[in-house]
Ligand binder design. Structure first.
Ligand SMILES: NC(=O)c1ccc[n+]([C@@H]2O[C@H](COP(=O)([O-])OP(=O)(O)OC[C@H]3O[C@@H](n4cnc5c(N)ncnc54)[C@H](OP(=O)(O)O)[C@@H]3O)[C@@H](O)[C@H]2O)c1
Length: 350
């Protein structure tokens, strides 16, 4: 089916920008993933994305991608970009200057820069210079794309997704033992999410009782970096996170905690020990998004301190009658996804 009108074409181009942006997954560091497309009369003449941290921005890569014979068309071209172009000197000169130098008359932006100092500044600047700028700012996939960047800019912490399964009668588990609540579909959905996050963390009791692997065993997106909280050193050295060949970042107060080539250790003092300091340490390690997979004590601490962005709550059919109560959170239900007998509820923090 061919696009019917200009707005269809605009949507297709923005989705193409987002598709390109995702190629920068895990490579753009604390910079956002961004994609850009340049069209002339609805024909793509250039496209690019932010390839790696410190490299050229998407807009410049798209401009460089325009062939010599198409360069004369830039004066009549349309630039689509998934995030507001930068207007400041960072590692590269401002993208707004590159747009003006290329004399592109029309720009469509899918999301504004969440940095409060920037938010909309480039739009104003380009408009003052005579460029027609259309800001959509309602494209959910564009907003989702920059979620870690937004969390860093706004809250100075990684983007945090809480994940847990609860029984029909409101428990997440039973004291001292591992209980499987969710079904195979839900476990697959969790692994898929793990593949989209750069870090994964669980509470100490969960690490101790469940002895989890915490890897992505579903797709080729790679494993999130495991984060182990072992304040007093009570996780046995034989447990998987302490002994296998996947990378783990360990927070502890124990001096001389055993490290090796797969395990990096950050030692805090007892007075420093808090989830806020730990999240700062996680960010400093270049981990910009974290999935927190229970247990209740860690989840409740983070919920009470508003240290979360989204929650993936699996409501299951099992009944436990007693056990560890599931956390209660207030948020906006985005959608419910049926997964066989389970329901995955995606909730955003208000
Ligand atoms: N249904 C599910 O989705 C699900 C998911 C995960 C776990 N579980 C179950 O939940 C149970 C464990 O849950 P839990 O609530 O007992 O424990 P937890 O949250 O896994 O671990 C709590 C422990 O983590 C340490 N910790 C470090 N920083 C913390 C912080 N900021 N806030 C809270 N705790 C912090 C503390 O141990 P220290 O005093 O040693 O520092 C604390 O006692 C297990 O049975 C597990 O099977 C269920």
């Amino acid at each position: 089916m061919s696009p019917k009108n200009k707005s269809d074409i605009g949507q297709i181009m923005i989705q193409r920008c987002i598709h390109l942006a995702r190629r920068g997954w895990q490579a753009t560091g604390r910079n956002p993933m961004v994609g850009a497309v340049i069209t002339h009369r609805d024909r793509i003449i250039g496209e690019g994305w932010h390839v790696h941290f410190g490299g050229l921005h998407a807009e410049r890569n798209a401009l460089n991608n325009v062939s010599a014979q198409d360069r004369s068309l830039l004066k009549d071209a349309h630039l689509y970009v998934s995030l507001e172009p930068c207007n400041h000197h960072g590692k590269t000169s401002p993208c707004t200057d590159a747009i003006l130098e290329a004399q592109i008359p029309k720009v469509t932006i899918a999301a504004l820069d969440p940095n409060p100092l920037m938010n909309g500044q480039s739009v104003e600047y380009l408009r003052q210079k005579g460029v027609t700028v259309d800001v959509r700012d309602d494209v959910k996939s564009a907003t989702h794309l920059i979620a870690p960047f937004r969390a860093m800019q706004t809250y100075h912490r990684p983007y945090i997704v809480l994940k847990y399964a609860q029984s029909k009668d409101g428990f997440i588990g039973q004291t001292g033992q591992q209980v499987w609540l969710s079904n195979t579909w839900s476990r697959w959905a969790t692994h898929r999410l793990r593949g989209q996050m750069s870090g994964i963390m669980v509470g100490t009791n969960t690490a101790l009782i469940d002895n989890p692997l915490l890897t992505n065993r579903l797709d080729t997106n790679g494993h999130p970096r495991r984060i182990l909280l072992d304040r007093t050193g009570r996780i046995p050295a034989s447990h998987q996170v302490r002994s296998d060949q996947h990378r783990t970042l360990i927070f502890t107060t124990v001096a001389n905690y055993k490290k090796d080539r797969y395990r990096e250790v950050i030692t805090l003092t007892s007075t420093q020990w808090s989830i806020e300091i730990i999240l700062q340490g996680i960010l400093d390690q270049g981990i910009y998004s974290v999935i927190v997979e229970g247990g209740a004590a860690l989840l409740n601490d983070m919920i009470n301190k508003q240290l979360w962005d989204q929650c993936h709550l699996y409501k299951t059919q099992q009944k436990l009658k007693e056990g560890i109560k599931a956390p209660i959170l207030r948020g906006q239900l985005i959608k419910t996804i049926p997964l066989g007998s389970d329901n995955l509820m995606i909730i955003n923090r208000l």
